[in-house]
Design a protein around this ligand. Structure first.
Ligand SMILES: *Cc1c(COP(=O)(O)O)cnc(C)c1O
Length: 342
């Protein structure tokens, strides 16, 4: 059987030899006692990089986001985010469950929120209304086809939140993809956000883990919430070592994933079964199938060629490039896309 080429997500990567070596050699201790030096190194490394005070290593991006929302809201508050946001759509309804907060959904262009969209949705102080207390941005925007915010857009939202006394959290599951694509500096981010969540297990290629960044006070509270959610981990340094290795060795190469995604988009745009391809900025390709097809039919046809991908709606298909997709696999996929009969 031929080798599968797996574009379902950038979460499917396996640790590289260098990463496994770093994991095996990690110095570990009991992190619930604060004694795992590798976990502490990872947390400090990312906090320093983003000009934030402190970090907290967690098992997943869902947990870092949910902890941040819990830290930045009280029950009966309201969170503002885009209607496509991961925190709303793909975290199991956790905002209601964990934080007892309601959600106001906005319709940003490809998921990008602006002060013009946010300001009219901030509730005035009135007992009829939930109290708006938090805005969540996502960068890159997953359902926006990996779209990036500019720093100017982020600054504008930050300024509004500062005036309105709202907290601002960033779901930066793919923030390093955005940094590599835009050339913006990680250090510019800390000033704008109260919390930043970064996934190590997406494009960066670590097997497990996300880090929440924030002020020392926020991270002290976040550590408490992580414990009650069952996310306090003991010799987690073996996992943190994978994150440190990824940050040292697997960031710059994200540019290659972005090139691969653009090459796929280019051939897809010419295929007769494709209606339109969303412009590619990072490692996600979203395209709509032509009106006579269903997305699942095209996914099945690609699957028969050993190419795995997912639908995101009845008309839309998503391909995600990553560390385990080589240039040779891209060439093979391009050929299959060109020859595909649905
Ligand atoms: C993957 C992802 C997360 C976190 O997901 P986990 O699987 O819980 O790590 C959060 N936000 C976005 C936009 C994501 O794509």
């Amino acid at each position: 059987m031929e080798q599968k080429i797996d574009f379902r997500s950038d979460t499917v990567t396996k640790p590289t030899a260098g990463m496994l070596d770093a994991m095996m050699n990690a110095k570990v201790g009991d992190d619930v006692y604060g004694e795992d030096e590798t976990v502490s190194t990872l947390e400090t490394k990312l906090a320093t990089m983003f000009h934030m005070e402190a970090g907290l290593f967690c098992p997943s991006g869902t947990m870092t986001n949910q902890i941040a929302i819990k830290c930045f809201t009280q029950p009966l508050d309201e969170v503002i985010c885009d209607q496509t946001a991961h925190v709303y759509r793909y975290e199991g309804g956790g905002i209601a469950y964990n934080s007892m907060a309601s959600v106001r959904l906005l319709h940003g262009e490809r998921g990008i929120l602006t002060p013009e969209l946010i300001e009219p949705e901030i509730n005035e102080d009135n007992i009829h209304y939930p109290k708006t207390s938090l805005v969540v941005l996502e960068n890159t925007v997953n359902k926006g086809g990996g779209k990036c915010y500019t720093l100017e857009q982020i600054e504008a939202v930050h300024n509004l939140c500062a005036i309105k006394d709202l907290k601002l959290h960033l779901d930066g599951a793919r923030l390093f993809n955005a940094l590599v694509a835009t050339g913006d500096k990680a250090a510019s981010y800390g000033h704008f956000f109260d919390g930043i969540s970064i996934c190590l297990s997406k494009g960066l290629g670590a097997p497990v883990g996300s880090v929440l960044l924030g002020s020392s006070a926020t991270i002290t509270q976040a550590r408490r919430i992580r414990k009650v959610l069952g996310g306090g981990m003991r010799q987690a340094g073996f996992l943190a070592a994978a994150g440190i290795y990824a940050l040292d060795h697997q960031v710059d190469r994200l540019a290659e994933d972005h090139q691969h995604a653009k090459a796929l988009a280019h051939v897809l745009a010419k295929a007769n079964y494709v209606e339109k391809v969303m412009p590619v900025e990072t490692n996600i390709v979203l395209f709509d199938v032509a009106s006579r097809y269903k997305a699942e039919e095209v996914v099945r046809a690609l699957g028969k060629k050993g190419i795995l991908c997912n639908t995101t709606s009845i008309k839309t298909i998503r391909l995600v490039t990553h560390l385990d997709i080589s240039s040779a696999m891209i060439d093979q996929t391009i050929e299959a896309i060109e020859k595909l009969e649905v």
